[in-house]
Design a protein around this ligand. Structure first.
Ligand code: CA
Length: 223
């Protein structure tokens, strides 16, 4: 998913359309407010960020994105109008990955997008997973249901992490057993059900994010 934050409708639609024809899923957002709303639903692989926006401008949004652990790793390409010269230093110091000046050719635009995505995929070992109100920090072994810290046992944490790593994919009980408990528990799929139940309880408001797919297994997030 690529978010295109741009208040000029024609440009926004053109960006989304061009990305779409190249096989990228893209969503157009007209200002910072819409961006923030969208980020709560789904974190994109890339954000195209116009600088001159109504309300909060692109520089300020960039700063916020880089401050927040959930969004700080998302690459950002700044989009600037030719007449309002881009402040390269400000953008780069703010953590932007690249910038592009309007009007731009679509071939150049796509080349930039692909280059930034390639670079970001190289060091993409994820340290934190966020989905809706649920945050799993792998490095610090912390889980949050919105602002509330959730205490989990080691197995519960591993189970949740496994589900988050495979967001949108249904994992069978056997797969989960083998991955989290190893072979010694082969066949005892009830172990998985019991842990899923306590995990849901402990996650509170975020518990519903773990879906039961009847006859198959469990999943976080839709496919
Ligand atoms: Ca603008």
């Amino acid at each position: 998913m690529i978010y295109c934050v741009e208040d000029e409708r024609n440009i926004r639609e053109l960006l989304v359309y061009t990305l779409g024809t190249t096989g990228f899923e893209a969503k157009g957002l007209s200002d910072g407010k819409e961006l923030k709303k969208a980020l709560k639903e789904e974190l994109p692989e890339l954000i195209l960020l116009d600088i001159m926006l109504p309300g909060e401008d692109g520089y300020s949004l960039l700063e916020e994105l880089k401050k927040e652990p959930c969004t700080s790793e998302i690459p950002v390409i700044m989009v600037t109008a030719k007449e309002a010269e881009y402040d390269k230093v400000r953008g780069l110091e703010g953590g932007a990955d690249d910038y592009i000046t309007k009007p731009f050719g679509m071939m150049e635009f796509l080349a930039r997008v692909k280059a930034v995505l390639r670079r970001s995929k190289k060091h993409a070992s994820k340290k934190e997973y966020c989905f809706k109100g649920l945050t799993v920090n792998v490095e610090r072994h912390q889980v949050f249901d919105r602002d509330r810290a959730v205490e989990l046992t080691l197995k519960e944490f591993d189970l949740l992490r496994y589900l988050m790593e495979n967001k949108g994919i249904v994992l069978s009980r056997d797969e989960i057993l083998e991955k989290i408990w190893g072979y010694e528990c082969a066949g005892e799929t009830r172990t998985v059900d019991v842990h899923i139940r306590t995990l849901r309880q402990k996650l509170g408001d975020s518990g519903f994010l773990i879906e039961t797919v009847r006859g198959v297994g469990y999943r976080i997030g839709d496919s």
